[in-house]
Design a protein around this ligand. Sequence first.
Ligand code: PRX
Length: 649
Amino acid sequence: MTDQTITSVSREKRVFGPSAEFQRQANLGSMAAYKRLYRESVNSPEKFWDRQAKDLLVWRKPYTDVLKWKAPHAKWFGGGTLNVAENCIDRHLGTERENKAALIFEGEPGDVRTITYRQLYFEVSRLANVFTDLGVGKGDRVAIYMPMVPEAVFAMLACARVGAIHTVVFGGFSAESLKDRIIDCGAKLVITADGGWRRGKVFPLKPTVDEAVAKAKCVEHVLVHQRCGNEVPMRAKRDIWWHEATAEVANTHKAKAFTSEHPLFILYTSGSTGKPKGVLHTSAGYLLGSKLSSKYVFDLKENDRYFCTADIGWITGHSYVVYGLLSNGATVFMYEGAPNQPGPDRFWDMIDRHGVTIFYTAPTAIRAFMKWGDEHVKKHSLKSLRLLGSVGEPINPEAWMWYHKNIGKKKCPIVDTWWQTETGSIMITPLPGVTECKPGSATFPFFGVQPKVVDDLGHEVPLGSAGKLIIAQPWPSMLRTLWGDDKRFKETYFSDFPGIYFTGDGARRDEDGYFWIVGRIDDVLNISGHRLGTAEVESALVAHPKVAEAAAVGRPDDLKGQSLVVFVTVKSGIEVSDELKAELRNHVGKEIGAIAKPDEVRFAAALPKTRSGKIMRRILKQIAAGQLVKGDTTTLEDFSVVAALQAED
Ligand code: PRX
């Protein structure tokens, strides 16, 4: 992070407040109300969260403590029990929401399904009964490797219902990545589909599961949803068709209650070292955080139709497709496929046809829409939209303005929401009826969140200066640990500033107190809004028989935010060639998944290192970006290595 980049991001001076019309109907409609609630939430967090937990959640047994905090371990709502699925489904039954659409699904080929809350109850109950028959229950791990179809949501909720812990693995990850995750958490059931539709073709999933499960002894069963009808091999006894298993069981299910801190899910995410980490979220606190934030950040109203473009394989899909929205009784629109299938106006077409009112997407997608051209947007009215959101990476002011004018027609507030897999729910964000937005700034903290920008010693830096972003107080939806590795949990998040959560992001506050997130300051890349650890890519590369050493760095990219550049030295006697570049790209794709395929592979005779042998990524970053190498190079072991790399440019 350089001071220069931060200045260029936060130079923006334009301010956009909510319209009087929006403000009038908003769930929270004044800055004074926000300030009052916010102050209470950070000054008397237990009082604030106690009230929210009582108002928003259905408890089977009331809790006795709001928070027990022994850094870095938080216990929220101790003594209480509840069922998360019951909070997302059953509580709406017997109310006017019973026959309301919980999910409206559109497949890529154009098939549409509406699932009411009542039908959701039947679907999830059937699956919960299947789980019980298969011996899957409290505390068991279930891996979900599915396309973006309603069955993926049913699967998550059925896990919550029986107290099993789900780990959703994004369908774009390779067999190797899936296997690692299955083994790490010891999943005994894997839920998948024959395939999903993507860009007009069937994207097979079951063969990938077969490859992964062949090496994962913990798996007892594979439950297969038939989505596309493509031919898939089924292994006797192990593999079960979803439609066959669910046809034989009751469509009602009595949910058991679990303690507030019962694990709800594990979600693997990239870190700066080693393999992806299993971020663990638990029940009550996570549900409360995702529910409260959905209500205020998306200003949810009974007749909203909410469309979030994230896949459920990411945290955004967990909190803001499933848990936060369904617990509020909202109608969620879900789409299976690519945004440009059959044409670049697919989203706009669906928004008009389904009357979508709230649209939540990522800056990388917005930049793609900009590139595809305004004419595709203009073909549709988008008149149903009333609120827009952005997540995943800093949104550049140009993209913000384009989104505001072309999609929001200058009338929809934009919520630029900053948060992380680890935080479970939105942390820094505008509130749509309240906040005067500056394009590119995530603005102010959400309730109960106390972010600070600090120097290396943990002292708050003056307004206008850059620093590290920490969260000074525990919050209900925070991660509880890393699955099976509490030591890594402490080291990763609570050791830079003992006892205080460090986000890994850099930020600055401007003279008006607005937060501007700069991005990761560790060795984590953000490519098209997806997190990728440089160490993961490097270890995949060095596992290739022809590679001696590798270094992965991010390069600024107009579309993807960052693109992935890898520097590779080959073993002696190996000829470098364009074919080898392609081979290495494919190799990384196979090891991790298509999202990790390097955009550029560069061969080098040697990599720049410190005298103690550490690769100097800072220098490679500058070389990848085509910049002159600046800064301290005195620790370099051999400057000629840098000169050689630069000469190639
Ligand atoms: O660097 C921040 C960036 O994405 C990281 C978290 O990635 P992940 O856990 O995959 O979750 C993404 C979806 C919540 C953060 O550390 N990030 C996320 N949202 C924003 C953002 N950076 C700037 N502005 C945002 N709105």
